[in-house]
Design a binder for this molecule. Structure first.
Ligand code: ADP
Ligand code: GLC
Length: 481
């Protein structure tokens, strides 16, 4: 029987994206479709995606909420059924989706994502245009109040799953926002959404959701420790019986070296020799010359403390001095942007840096580089290492979260067994990253051994198939209870 599922999320690829959350929300729904789960996505109609609203049908007039008129529009685009929250007073503005033009969180983010959570719960309970979900699935803190609002209602509510994509972002706001958010003060307790005297969207959701998932098995375990739980470890220990770690996949159609339109030359594991045309184009893009023989390392990332890229800044000069090349695409923390620009200045013709967000260039980089660095201090799952493997670009990753669960280190045993897919290092220090870079340099010098690892990486399953089936089982179990 078809199960109806409502995703509540603040990002969805290919429409609006700041990171992996968007990729997951955009890719998982269509795969679930093949498993008899009909998924719709509630998403704010940000100015960035205003075009989606233009010819969309109005399916709900939600009256005045949080200071202005609110409607819900339905639109099918890129194979995804969207329910767009049209609330111009909250979403029709310049800047980025979470940050204003000065790069600071919007001061009314509690209202912007309170409304998302609220409408997720309302559509969950009452349905929209005759469509009533059997299960609601909220993603990250922005949808964290959805289970709380569902629990506050008098009428019966559908069961709710909450996924933690990154516990570093919790949505904590002053207790004084409780009234405007329409939260029942009875919930302002340790067992509810109260968190050190504040309101926490994520904690509220974690206390109230029927099931909690996170995006890798290792991160699920890490979340229950003070080192990674970011203050919420106690909550997760208390809810351990309802917590599962289910590995993310990537959209293997959008990320396919055999057909990717952003590449100058498509290829497969059988035609690996063609990959180099992309390396050539990438080096040209970054002004690194035409010699494709030295190894080319890459980073595609948000530039934040989480990603450990300060360690890359320390470790890279040693291999650059030995002739390696390096390219980076990313934006974020000003000191990291500055650090990488400075590195490019010190190594002209060997280091290329592009500060910004560029989807097509990200694809060309995955195809053109030889190896990619993901030296994260913590990484709930990580998608760039999965994309890299699919493109035969070897990931160099720290042993944490989903990075630990997805990459097989090219140590002696794995090389002998023929199953290595990349390089891992621990602990997450510049010294150990440097060792891993040296190992990558040495393996690169042995073309046959390198190509064997490339082929292993390209064969490694990185799609959604098995994880989507696990999610579907969770929904079906909940819908029956
Ligand atoms: P996170 O969600 O923590 O940022 P993930 O590895 O899960 O990390 O997902 C990051 C996603 O964002 C990947 O699809 C990656 O290709 C993409 N990405 C990150 N930075 C950029 C950028 N500057 N330009 C284009 N894509 C980017
Ligand atoms: C978060 C995490 C990342 C994960 C992504 C999608 O942004 O930082 O590790 O892959 O969500 O779940």
């Amino acid at each position: 029987m078809t199960l109806k599922l409502l995703f509540v999320a603040s990002e969805c690829a290919p429409f609006v994206k700041t990171g992996g959350l968007a990729d997951v929300v955009g890719a998982l729904g269509p795969v679930l479709g093949g498993l008899g789960v009909e998924c719709r996505v509630v998403l704010p109609l940000y100015r960035q995606i205003a075009h989606l609203g233009r010819d969309a049908a109005v399916v709900l007039d939600a009256g005045s909420q949080f200071g202005g008129p609110v409607r819900v529009l339905a639109k099918r685009a890129a194979g995804i059924d969207l329910l767009l929250i049209d609330a111009p007073h909250l979403y029709d503005r310049p800047g980025q989706i979470y940050l204003n033009e000065a790069g600071v969180d919007w001061a009314d983010n509690h209202l912007r994502f309170g409304l998302l959570s609220r409408l997720g719960a309302d559509i969950g309970r009452k349905g929209v245009a005759g469509w009533q979900p059997d299960v609601v699935h909220a993603h990250d803190w922005q949808a964290g109040l959805t289970p709380v609002y569902l629990g506050q209602a008098d009428e019966a509510a559908p069961p709710c799953v909450l996924t933690i994509h990154n516990i570093a972002f919790q949505g904590n706001f002053p207790a004084t926002t409780m009234g405007v958010l329409g939260l029942d003060p009875a919930g302002f307790t340790q067992d509810g959404f109260e968190y050190f005297g504040q309101i926490s969207f994520l904690k509220g959701g974690l206390m109230q959701a029927d099931q909690i998932t996170t995006v890798s098995p290792t991160y699920a375990r890490e979340l229950m420790t003070p080192e990674f739980g970011m203050g919420l470890e106690g909550v997760l220990v208390a809810r351990k019986a309802d917590l599962s770690g289910i590995l993310n996949g990537i959209d293997t159609t959008a990320w396919d070296p055999a057909s990717d339109p952003a590449l100058v030359q498509t290829y497969t594991s059988r035609t690996l020799a063609r990959k180099v045309a992309n390396k050539h184009a990438l080096q040209e893009h970054f002004g690194l010359g035409a010699d494709t023989s030295p190894p080319l390392f890459s980073v595609i990332s948000r530039l934040s403390e989480q990603k450990g890229l300060d360690l890359a800044l320390q470790a890279l000069p040693a291999i650059l001095d030995k002739g390696a090349r390096f390219v980076l695409l990313g934006s974020g923390a000003p000191e990291l942007e500055h650090g990488f620009r400075e590195l490019a200045g010190r190594y002209p013709g060997r280091v290329g840096v592009e500060i910004g967000f560029n989807e097509d260039l990200a694809h060309l980089m995955q195809a053109g580089a030889d190896a990619t660095l993901v030296p994260s201090r913590f990484e709930p799952c990580g998608l760039t290492q999965l994309c890299a493997m699919r493109y035969g670009t070897l990931p160099i990753v720290s042993v944490t979260g989903g990075l630990a669960d997805t990459v097989i280190d090219a140590n002696e045993a794995a090389l002998a067994a023929g199953c290595a897919t990349g390089f891992q290092f621990a602990p997450t220090t510049a010294l150990r990253l440097g060792d891993a870079l040296d190992r990558a340099m040495a393996l690169y010098a042995d073309r046959q051994a390198w190509q064997k690892v490339q082929r292993n990486a390209m064969k490694h399953p990185v799609g959604w198939d098995s994880s989507a089936a696990r999610m579907a089982r969770i929904y079906r179990t909940l819908a029956r209870t």
